[in-house]
Ligand binder design. Structure first.
Ligand code: ZN
Length: 107
């Protein structure tokens, strides 16, 4: 007997902090992707389409649907922030190294 069916999964794919249109608080806004998968013996095999996206506010919990184009922009902004965060981390590490070297030459 072959058991097949479908399962819908939700996954947070990106997160940005901006002012919520509903509660007007600056809060984390999560982009959630919902996809329905074809399952065979309860294991997901392939997804149906590209799924749907919603943005939900961590402060008030309001969730609203967004188009795939807007979801892509959201993800691009998130990626850009990740790059900036990495650059900031490297700069901070280099700065700490220079500070340490300067302290070393003074003593
Ligand atoms: Zn909100």
């Amino acid at each position: 007997m072959i058991i097949f069916g479908s399962r819908t999964s939700s996954k947070v794919v990106a997160m940005l902090i901006f002012v919520c249109a509903t509660c007007h608080h600056e809060a984390a806004q999560r982009l959630v992707r919902r996809r329905t998968w074809f399952t065979l013996f309860f294991a997901p095999i392939f997804p149906f389409g590209h799924g749907s996206y919603t943005v939900s506010c961590a402060y008030c919990g309001t969730a609203y649907g967004v188009t795939r184009e807007n979801a892509d922009k959201f993800i691009a902004d998130w990626d850009a922030q990740q790059v900036n965060a990495e650059a900031d981390r490297i700069l901070a590490a280099e700065d700490a190294k220079i500070q340490a070297e300067q302290r070393g030459t003074e003593s």
